[in-house]
Design a binder for this molecule. Structure first.
Ligand code: GLN
Ligand code: ZN
Length: 763
């Protein structure tokens, strides 16, 4: 059997985020275009050299981007929306970045999550444009690698089905025409690659793991039939990832030279399909075996056993051993992590280490023995050592979890009855106004925190600063006339990191960055041990704020599911177990806040929805444990204590059920951009708990007028009763400036007051 080692893709950001620095320097005007392009080229080549040095046999080009690969494809095909007034032959960098970030009078293209990852791509917009191949970037990268490094690389492109699936601006009718225009461009692009000598071309079609209708399957068959007819010499590796290939029986027969399957996230399904339908004899099988989504060292023994089983089952004559998906979702290398617990570091594998694993297993499969005698035992030892790490042997946490009872997940009193008791304590006016939690993090706030982190100022000085800023904002809230206050979150940089640093079981890397969107990178915490509450995390700040006012100050926590979904998570126990550990820790914090006299506690879950599995049939299982873990954190409170939650980045239309199931007394949600839709879905299904629709968009510096907000409030009154109606902005205000924040909130309060008056008159 022929075996080749390869990766679906490799991170483009560089070991020290050189890519991001270069891009941002260009945006700031510090780099001329020419220098910028040259610098980016070195980064691109450096990434290839690294993989080459590690020994990977088949290298991938086209996984690099100047911002986002979907955007690359859109501009490559000339799919530039009218508002950018693009007329030239080629799409220049300024048009490209205008689409990504907006310019003068043209707002940016929308951005959305790439499948179930935390990467966000630019959504292409089809406006019936005349499409054409403006430039073949992929070919450029292919030739560059050949000329500069003498590599005959495997170019990768996003396939036509996935590209169109993720594009907006067409309906069922115009979709056919879009394909008529687009497919010849794909053909042209592929032909150019073949002519230049590309032996293999990887065509990424992750959308083939979603649920497919019969029509979808037919369409995919048509697409690949046409491509095969028109570019017969193209050897295509049809690459799928993130789940098992849908409609396997038919799609595995597509006229392509190879099919790449994800044997990590789609293992069960792909194995079942292969068992049932076999694997086409003449095709190359891409075995995605090294997890491209986690940061853990793989179990080499298990991987090699799996590969052997797959090979036996498929009878494959030619296989590629590869990552389950592009390695862009993991950081570059563990080598730069020098400050972590050694046992933990040893058990980590980022992109480079994963490439080495690909090599180790592929050599073993080829030669029947491990290349490096120690690699197997080293990997086993590292995994074992972490499994036996004391951070995973927390008896207190185990006991707590063991003794969780059904009543821990359910508030003892129904919402309707609780509401009466709560109102007695809270004495809120109708249409109470509040905010989501954070107030502007001014340059001074950030500067002071950085100074404190660098130990340039003492804890006492820093705490005094936070206290003063909080007090100042309590006064501002009094002046604005809000009804329920917040302390402002000045002590927090990030809503997950803040809690992670105070709970046991979390680790924070120095350099483990992954791209979230564009040049924006995030460094998710690692949950590697048992999560335990050890001391109050938020009580001091909230209590101090409460002492300054007679209004209620909300306690402010990040929910268990959001902490989970925005971290890299241990894989020795299930995600729901980790979520419950976090929930129990948060429950302790909720209790501490309650004991400190805080009557309203908000537990934010902005990432609850984004954790949804790709396939609808798996939603229920996820929702059942994730909703439960929120309830575990929030149910054991006094009936009088009002639990709030907040969600943003969320389409609610198919989500009202789960939101209801959280049983939070009040939810504040982001709606200012899709108001009509939410109102529509609330009409269809009533929702009886407290709800605050975001009445203005905090993502923009614009100050909304009283009339604008009034209109939204009045519209909402159609579907939300006076008893459940809250008034708030659509998310936290930490990225806004002080002036615009105060002006907007004043208008919001005025609009609420106006509404109260109108309602009184009506009675
Ligand atoms: N309480 C957080 C804040 O106000 C919520 C942030 C979020 O929803 N992403 O910043
Ligand atoms: Zn939010």
């Amino acid at each position: 059997m022929k075996v080749i080692s390869t990766a679906v893709g490799y991170p483009y950001i560089g070991e020290n985020r050189e890519w991001k620095r270069c891009l941002e320097a260009y945006w700031k005007g510090e780099l001329q275009e020419e220098t910028y392009l040259t610098n980016m080229k070195s980064i691109r080549l450096e990434n290839l050299k690294r993989q080459q040095a590690l020994g990977l046999e088949l290298l991938t080009v086209g996984d690099f981007t100047f911002y986002d690969r979907m955007l690359d494809h859109a501009t490559m095909f000339g799919m530039v929306p009218d508002r950018y007034q693009w007329k030239d032959d080629k799409v220049d960098l300024s048009t490209y970045y205008a689409m990504a970030r907006g310019a003068n009078n043209a707002v940016a293209c929308e951005m959305t999550k790439w499948f179930n990852t935390n990467y966000h791509y630019i959504v292409p917009e089809y406006e019936d444009q005349q499409l054409r191949l403006t430039r073949n970037y992929i070919l450029d990268y292919y030739q560059e690698a050949k000329q500069e490094l003498g590599i005959n690389a495997k170019p990768t492109i996003i396939g036509p089905y996935t590209f169109v699936q993720l594009t907006k601006g067409y309906d069922e009718k115009s979709k056919a025409l879009l394909y008529v225009k687009l497919l010849p461009l794909y053909v042209q692009l592929l032909q150019q690659l073949v002519d230049a000598g590309a032996e293999w071309i990887q065509v990424e079609e992750p959308a083939l793991v979603l649920s497919l209708s019969e029509d979808d399957v037919k369409l995919v068959q048509e697409i690949y039939k046409q491509i095969a007819t028109e570019v017969p010499r193209a050897q295509i590796m049809l690459q799928t990832y993130f789940e098992g290939l849908s409609a396997y029986e038919k799609l595995s027969q597509l006229p392509v030279a190879g099919i790449g399957l994800d044997f990590v996230h789609g293992k069960k399904e792909n194995m079942n399909s292969i068992r049932k339908y076999g694997f086409p004899e003449q095709k190359v099988l891409g075995i995605g075996i090294v997890n491209g989504r986690d940061i853990w060292r793989g179990n080499l023994a298990e991987m090699s056993t799996d590969i052997n089983a797959i090979v036996k089952l498929t009878n494959a004559k030619h296989t590629w051993i590869q990552s389950s998906c592009s390695l862009q979702h993991v950081p570059v290398t563990t080598k730069t992590e020098t400050n972590l617990d050694k046992t933990l570091t040893n058990a980590l594998a980022f992109a480079d280490e994963k490439v080495s694993e690909i090599l180790d297993v592929s050599i073993f499969i080829k030669e029947g023995e491990w290349s490096n005698k120690n690699c197997l035992s080293q990997s086993m030892q590292a995994i074992d050592a972490l499994a036996n790490h004391e951070s995973r042997k927390n008896e207190v946490v185990k006991e707590l979890l063991l003794h969780v009872q059904p009543e821990d997940f359910q508030r003892p009193m129904s919402y309707v009855d609780r509401q009466v008791l709560q109102q007695k304590v809270l004495q809120l006016p109708d249409f109470p106004t509040t905010t989501i939690g954070s107030f502007p993090q001014s340059p001074e706030v950030k500067r002071t925190r950085t100074a404190w982190r660098k130990k340039e100022i003492t804890d006492a000085v820093y705490e005094e600063f936070v206290r003063k800023e909080t007090a100042r904002w309590i006064q501002i809230q009094e002046d604005i006339g809000l009804d329920v206050f917040v302390h402002g979150e000045f002590e927090r940089t990030d809503m997950v990191e803040y809690f992670g640093e105070k709970l046991s079981g979390f680790a924070f890397t120095d350099n483990a960055w992954v791209v979230s969107y564009g040049s924006r990178c995030v460094k998710p915490p690692i949950i590697y041990g048992d999560v335990e509450w050890t001391a109050p995390m938020t009580v001091k700040e909230v209590k101090e704020a409460q002492q300054l006012t007679s209004k209620h100050v909300k306690g402010m926590l990040t929910g268990p599911v959001t902490i989970l979904n925005w971290s890299f998570v241990r894989d020795d126990i299930s995600r729901d177990q980790v979520a419950n550990q976090i929930a129990l820790a948060l429950r302790e914090e909720v209790r501490a806040l309650e004991n400190a006299g805080i009557a309203i506690i908000q537990v934010d879950e902005p990432a609850l929805r984004e954790g949804l599995p790709l396939r609808k049939e798996n939603w229920e299982e996820y929702l059942s444990w994730s909703v439960n873990s929120f309830k575990l954190a929030t149910s054991r409170v006094e009936n009088e204590t009002q639990i709030h939650t907040h969600m943003c980045y969320c389409e609610f239309n198919d989500f009202i059920g789960p939101i209801r199931a959280l049983d939070a007394d009040v939810i504040s949600i982001e709606t200012s951009r899709s108001h009509g839709e939410l109102i529509h879905s609330l009409k269809q299904r009533n929702y009886e708990l407290g709800i605050g629709l975001g009445v203005y968009d905090i993502h923009s510096p614009r100050v909304p007028s009283v009339d604008e907000i009034s209109k939204i409030l009045n519209d909402a009154l159609e579907v939300i009763t006076k008893e459940q109606f809250w008034v708030n902005p659509d998310c936290g205000l930490k990225t806004r400036k002080e002036e615009e924040t105060i002006a907007s909130l004043k208008n919001m309060v005025k609009a609420a007051q106006k509404l109260r008056k109108e309602q009184e008159l009506r009675v």
